[in-house]
Design a protein around this ligand. Structure first.
Ligand SMILES: Cc1cc2nc3c(=O)[nH]c(=O)nc-3n(C[C@H](O)[C@H](O)[C@H](O)COP(=O)(O)OP(=O)(O)OC[C@H]3O[C@@H](n4cnc5c(N)ncnc54)[C@H](O)[C@@H]3O)c2cc1C
Length: 440
């Protein structure tokens, strides 16, 4: 008898998961509420809607997201196929006509003999049937409550409040210095960027006048109320000195020569490999281009390379490091898998990738095969590894980038661009081998 899986949410991750299950001869009941009840940003009746930008980002293999798409294509990703079919000229980006893109995917869902589409809002989770929850960053309210009942309220988040993350190697350590406040602790963990009065004044003026992103959603206006976690530019507008008594306070952070600073920006280690640092207290609504311009005014960060920009937006996600295993399966209930942005990956491509991982493993579990852990040399495997093994305490969503991929040990230094090409080659070789060995 054929096995049945319920997939909740026909977004990017849900449609990809449904397709991957169906092609493995599993019957999918796909539930989607948008045709009867759209959220504030959905406009189309089609599935897998790109709600904001119409690009799946770079196609350059030297870029981690470019390699990620290639890996997914090797796994016959429906979403990547749809994107290529609907692509429009955009240089080295995979931009699409969003209607053609979503229509292509919707037709596949409606016409696939192994997929049954239900236009319905799911409010209850039936744990007795294998299920993939892929309801995205704006999961409906009743289902949010149901998920909270399942996993506990401490493990379900309503929004992102992320400070920008920069590459450690791009910080100018001739200006910045390592020290903990009052030199507490055995190791000096923080990187500090000192500012004199003139530098602070310049930074401050640019910060309070910088452009901010426009809110997509009504509820986002109240975000700061949730956690008292205020955007840096909002705090700055309270007064010239406010930041110097808050996240930029210089107390206990004298320079190496003992001199005082007017303000100090602290950066905290963000990953186990110790190559990424976040700007402490810099959650922000500045546009990405303004973040790059204004935060590069901070002494030591003039050439900072941003791995991820700060955001404050609505985003439902679960604490995957606590809850999920490497297959996107809930540790406490083998019938329940999560996929997409709700697992703490960030972005269209990353959400889709998470759907592939969940579906392949769900299909294998139902066919009594061993589930498979994607190799850490691949972008797919390393991103998955990041979301399940990073610190659960400050867990925040992550995009694809080379810093999460297993580092290559090189005997001699090579140019950055060559290194990225090498990462890409290694990833693609690893995924090809993985597909062959596991007959995917
Ligand atoms: C405002 C906003 C803008 C974004 N802009 C970008 C961007 O420009 N680029 C980018 O790469 N990423 C962006 N993202 C992040 C993210 O990549 C996308 O949201 C992406 O669509 C996530 O894919 P997903 O499959 O996890 O969820 P979604 O694509 O959102 O799919 C989830 C689906 O589940 C359905 N659903 C929800 N609850 C229920 C229920 N109870 N029953 C049945 N169906 C339900 C929804 O209607 C939806 O169709 C944005 C996110 C937000 C919130």
């Amino acid at each position: 008898m054929k096995k049945i899986v319920n997939v909740i949410g026909a977004g990017l991750a849900g449609c990809e998961a449904a397709y991957q299950l169906a092609k493995r001869n599993i019957i999918v009941n796909l539930f989607e509420k948008k045709t009867i009840k759209k959220n504030e940003i959905q406009k189309l009746d089609f599935f897998a809607e790109l709600v904001c930008s119409n690009t799946l980002r770079s196609t350059d293999l030297k870029n981690a997201v470019g390699t990620l798409k290639e890996e997914m294509q090797l796994l016959d990703s429906l979403i990547i196929r749809a994107a290529k079919y609907a692509s429009i000229p955009a240089g080295q980006s995979l931009a699409v006509d969003r209607e053609i893109f979503s229509k292509f995917i919707t037709e596949e869902m409606q016409n696939n003999k192994n997929i049954n589409v239900f236009n319905k809002e799911v409010e209850k989770i039936d744990c007795n049937v294998p299920i993939i929850i892929a309801t995205g960053p704006l999961t409906s309210k009743k289902l949010q409550e149901e998920i909270i009942n399942l996993i506990g309220k401490d493990y379900f988040y309503f929004y992102d409040a992320v400070a920008p993350i920069v590459k450690k190697e791009s910080i100018n350590m001739d200006i910045a210095f390592k020290k903990n406040r009052y030199e507490k602790g055995e190791t000096q963990d923080y990187i500090n960027c000192p500012m004199n009065y003139e530098q602070y004044k310049n930074f401050y003026n640019e910060l309070i006048n910088a452009s901010i992103t426009t809110t997509h959603l009504e509820d986002e206006k109240d975000l700061k109320v949730f956690e008292g976690c205020m955007p840096i530019e909002v705090m700055a507008k309270r007064g010239f000195e406010t930041l110097t008594f808050g996240p930029l306070k210089p107390a206990g952070l004298r320079n190496i020569d003992g001199s005082n600073n007017y303000a100090v920006v602290q950066l905290r280690q963000d990953n186990a490999a110790d190559d990424l640092y976040n700007l402490v207290g810099f959650q922000t609504n500045l546009t990405w281009s303004e973040q790059k311009r204004v935060f590069r005014l901070i002494p030591g960060l003039e050439k900072a390379e941003f791995i991820r920009y700060g955001v404050m937006h609505l985003n439902n996600f679960i604490n995957s490091p606590e809850l999920l295993n490497e297959y996107n399966q809930l540790k406490t209930n083998k019938n329940i898998f999560f996929a997409g942005q709700i697992t703490g990956v960030e972005g269209y491509v990353e959400s889709t990738c998470s759907g592939i991982i969940a579906a392949i493993n769900m299909a294998r579990m139902l066919s009594d095969k061993n589930m498979v852990k994607f190799p850490l040399e691949t972008v797919m495997g390393s991103l998955q590894n990041y979301i399940i093994s990073t610190s659960s305490k400050d867990f925040q969503p992550m995009k694809a980038n080379w810093s999460v991929v297993k580092p290559i040990v090189l005997e001699k230094k090579i140019k950055k661009e060559e290194k990225k090409s090498l990462y890409s080659q290694i990833s693609l070789n690893a995924i090809k081998k993985f597909i062959e060995i596991n007959d995917l």
